[in-house]
Design a binder for this molecule. Structure first.
Ligand SMILES: Nc1ncnc2c1ncn2[C@@H]1O[C@H](COP(=O)(O)OP(=O)(O)OP(=O)(O)O)[C@@H](O)[C@H]1O
Ligand SMILES: [Mg+2]
Length: 446
């Protein structure tokens, strides 16, 4: 038996504070592996705890197999939860740790056959007589998983179960979890803030921001058709390039998206997607270019649909199998505040100078940076001190391009780039996607 789990407009706040989960609706099919993805504090664990019955639901409804379950006791939900800080009983062997929930559930039955079968499934037969203190982190995690599995629950809820482990072990166990839950065919809701984990594990991924569900879709859908700039920026490595642009139709009639000192000229006749930009004329937009949308090549080598851009090499990141080249194209980056890693102060100051926004602009942006509201595009909205004009010449990179590791480039070199407009994303001022068309259906993607 595996459960269908449905949330209908579920909300939650703590101690009359703001909603930390805000009208979340989700339908999880029996046997599905759904990943809840979002930055720290966005409400992922709270959603999970409400499904488990460990947290009350303020508003909205939870359905388990179609039955209204808001008031069911946790024990009646037949759901097993695996936490980040998996707690094993230190005075019990692995065998007893795994068997413990079975003994509680059916005191008269012998747990041994189930414990053995579970241990075989997880490859931990030789660990059964050891105590938690005699196990490595990964082994302990497997025993904790065993404790959840042995009961044959009808759903698993996993809250960042791998985040305490080192990268190699995490990758290994990630693959095991995926295989195991598929073999068992049990509905699983898996919480993580790691987008690559989400993309590699989920049948579908639900992206949460400030308690508000942003998008639910297959990993391919959220990558290729992100509903807004937040999802676009959260999913995918290297991070999508987000540049502030302005839609224009100059005198000769061709539509362009200007990016500071340069512009992208949209080829005529306009594609259906690019036609949608007409109504944005004169408005600021956010241009999104994933690394596959830009390549280093002579402008004369442009293929149909590719338009030229020029970048100054700012910085190179050697990654072994590839190199990430950071270019300065003279455009201004758009920023999603929750997703910004802190930058060295000098670099941030340089960038702020370049943004050169006035006080009014900043206040407007600050007003726009409310939790689930429009995406603020300034780096540090709390800063209201006007900055001097940008220094000409050396500016930090605004466009990251992926290339082969053997590329020979030097800092400051001027490099021709080609942008593939088939991969162009454009978001409006609120961060909602305008291009490709929001009406684009995932199954129309090639
Ligand atoms: N018991 C509580 N009382 C008050 N506020 C709480 C409580 N539990 C969580 N919160 C707040 O609710 C918000 C959502 O918390 P939650 O634990 O669901 O986030 P999360 O997405 O799981 O974050 P993380 O990735 O850091 O685990 C946070 O702002 C948190 O501070
Ligand atoms: Mg959490």
């Amino acid at each position: 038996m595996t459960r269908a789990i449905s949330l209908h407009d579920v909300s939650k706040s703590y101690a009359r504070g703001p909603r930390v989960v805000d009208r979340v609706s989700l339908d999880i099919a029996p046997g599905e592996f759904l990943v809840l993805l979002g930055p720290s504090g966005c409400g992922k664990s709270t959603v999970l705890r409400m499904i488990a019955g460990l947290e009350e639901i303020d508003d909205g409804a939870l359905f388990l197999d179609g039955e209204h379950a808001n008031d069911w006791l946790p024990a009646d939900r037949d759901i097993a939860m695996v936490f980040q800080n998996f707690a094993l009983y230190p005075s019990m062997s692995s065998r007893d740790n795994i068997g413990f929930p079975l003994r509680i559930e059916a005191p008269a039955a012998d747990p041994a056959p189930r414990v053995d079968a579970t241990a075989r499934l997880l490859g931990i037969e030789d660990l059964l007589d050891r105590f938690p203190g005699q196990l490595s982190g990964g082994e302990r995690q497997r025993v904790a998983m065993g404790r959840a599995i042995a009961r044959h629950p009808s759903a698993f809820l996993m809250d960042e179960p791998l985040s305490n482990l080192d990268a190699k072990l995490r990758n290994h166990l990630r693959a095991e979890i995926a295989q195991l839950t598929r073999e068992l065919g049990v509905t699983t809701v898996y919480v993580t803030h790691d987008q690559s984990e989400a993309m590699s594990l989920g049948d579908r991924v639900a992206v949460l921001r400030g308690g508000v569900l942003q998008q639910v879709g297959t990993p391919r859908e959220v990558y290729a058709l992100p509903r807004n700039v937040f999802v676009a920026a959260f999913v995918g490595t290297p991070r999508i390039n987000l540049l502030r642009g302005l839609v224009r139709a100059p005198l000769d009639g061709a539509m362009t998206v200007s990016l500071g000192k340069q512009y992208l000229r949209l080829p005529e006749p306009l594609s259906l997607d690019h036609q949608l930009l007409r109504v944005q004329q004169g408005r600021e937009v956010i241009v999104g270019l994933r690394s596959e949308a830009v390549r280093i090549a002579r402008h004369s080598a442009a293929r149909p649909g590719e338009v030229p851009l020029t970048g100054l090499v700012e910085h190179m990141e050697f990654q072994g199998h590839e190199t990430l080249v950071h270019f300065d194209t003279g455009s201004r980056p758009a920023v999603v505040p929750e997703l910004e890693a802190p930058r060295p102060a000098a670099r941030a100051a340089r960038r702020r100078r370049r943004e050169g926004a006035g006080v009014l602009d900043r206040l407007r942006e600050r007003a726009g940076s409310l939790r689930a509201g429009p995406v603020a595009v300034l780096e540090q909205p709390q800063e209201t001190v006007p900055e001097p004009a940008p220094p000409e010449g050396r500016l930090p990179g605004d466009l990251v391009v992926r290339t082969t590791p053997d590329i020979r480039l030097r800092h400051g070199m001027q490099v021709p780039l080609l942008v593939d407009l088939a991969h162009l994303f454009v978001f409006d001022q609120h961060g909602d996607r305008i291009c490709p068309s929001p009406a684009r259906l995932p199954d129309l993607e090639e």
